[in-house]
Design a protein around this ligand. Structure first.
Ligand code: VNL
Length: 399
């Protein structure tokens, strides 16, 4: 073999990858074929949070079905990986995707710890990581290559806190899953509810894994607040609702309010009448009566055996929209720094309504809807009753 310049560059790239894997700190190198843009899509497809991965993947695929698999002359390739919800796996898979497969973009991240684990890889490899699911405010601060198409808990919880105080709810007990997004939800609900004159009687945290809500619901029953404010991650709401009913809290007249995660559209219809009247704040509801959303919902349900799109589906749908719009801006240049620059300030029309990527924070600015769970044609839906437009992540605005 003669050592042409090309060979030497290839050799140098191989060495630098090897060195960085050995922990020597050389930068990771992405090296996809020029005509293909590879998206490493990492979500829990199995395990306790599989419902999130299933919705997200279906959302990403729906975007490709609606818009084709070519953009700005590049072929889009989705490489799907299951991290089962384990942060060590997410990190290892992200590294493999970048080093071995030449992924240009990392996407997904079903839970906050999985996004936290990946941020250093995105930084080192200079590969955008598009968070389509996880929702702790600080995720986008963990890497200059992190951006988001889901939402932040402070965005939704702050709107709920204000609405509750202004709509006759005087006292609340908060009940949240005991990890970063739960703390974000609790802190921002409490802050805005109290600021608007509400009283928080108690703040309860429930284990994330295999939660038994009964003892906590007993505390709520004893406290007798006007309402209980709840955050549990997507997929966990049915379990919560079952115990809420069994404990007789709805019969005791304690209202249920929360971020929309507890009444997630995928499982809502199976919760039964206990969900009627729940008021939640979120960035997406399948019941949004816009042409764009109704077209999306119909196509999604048709492609997925009647499964309803939830906020995880629309998050990943828009993750793909972000990649397509960024590539249009760079004329197909998929280098990480170019893509990141293109992502900052992007605006587009999502099924959820208009969205914008704040160029300063790389986080999403979007409408937050106040939804009331009601029956429509015999099916449970989160029907929007109020819209707060263009909400920025308040946790970052406060810094
Ligand atoms: C997170 C936030 C996960 C909201 C969720 O469902 C959710 C997170 C899995 O950041 O971990 O609904």
């Amino acid at each position: 073999m003669t050592f042409t310049r090309r060979n030497l560059i290839a050799l140098a790239a191989t060495v630098s990858v090897g060195a960085s894997l050995a922990g020597l700190g050389a930068p990771l190198q992405a090296r996809a074929a020029d005509d293909t843009v590879k998206i490493g899509f990492i979500e829990p497809m199995t395990g306790p949070f599989a419902s999130t991965g299933i919705e997200a993947l279906a959302g990403a695929k729906q975007y490709i079905a609606d818009h084709g698999d070519t953009v700005a002359g590049k072929k889009i390739q989705l490489i799907v990986k299951d991290d089962t919800g384990s942060p060590n796996d997410t990190k290892r898979i992200a590294q493999e995707l970048v080093v071995n497969e030449g992924a240009n973009v990392l996407m997904g991240f079903g839970l906050t710890p999985l996004a936290f684990a990946t941020a250093p890889i995105a930084t080192q490899a200079k590969v955008p990581m598009i968070v389509t699911s996880a929702a702790t405010s600080s995720i986008t601060e963990k890497s200059p290559y992190a951006t988001r198409t889901s939402f932040t808990l402070p965005q939704a919880a702050s709107v709920m806190g204000q609405w509750a105080a202004k709509n006759g709810i005087k006292s609340v007990v908060t009940l949240v899953s005991d990890y970063a997004p739960g703390k974000d939800a609790q802190d921002w609900f409490v802050k805005t509810f109290e600021k608007n004159g509400g009283k928080v009687k108690e703040q309860l945290t429930v284990p994330l894994k295999n939660p038994d809500f009964s003892p906590f619901l007993q505390r709520v029953a004893d406290d007798k607040p006007d309402a209980v404010f709840v955050f549990v991650p997507a997929g966990v709401g049915s379990q919560f609702m079952k115990q809420f009913k069994e404990r007789g809290l709805s019969d005791a007249g304690i209202k249920l309010i929360g971020t929309g995660d507890v009444v997630d559209d995928q499982i809502l219809n199976d919760m039964g009448d206990v969900a009627l009247g729940v008021v939640s704040a979120h960035h997406y509801t399948a019941a949004l009566q816009t042409d764009a959303n109704q077209t999306f919902v119909k196509a999604f349900e048709k492609a997925n055996n009647g499964m309803r799109p939830n906020f995880m589906a629309v998050g990943a749908y828009d993750g793909m929209a972000m990649v397509y719009h960024a590539l249009e801006k760079t004329n197909g240049d998929a280098s990480g720094p170019k893509l990141m620059e293109a992502i900052k300030g992007l605006k587009w029309e999502s099924p959820r309504g208009p969205v914008m990527i704040d160029p300063k924070t790389r986080d999403i600015v979007q409408n937050i809807y106040i939804d009331k769970t009601q029956k429509v044609d015999g099916q449970l839906y989160n029907v929007p009753i109020e819209t707060v437009k263009d909400v920025k992540d308040p946790a970052k605005a406060a810094k």
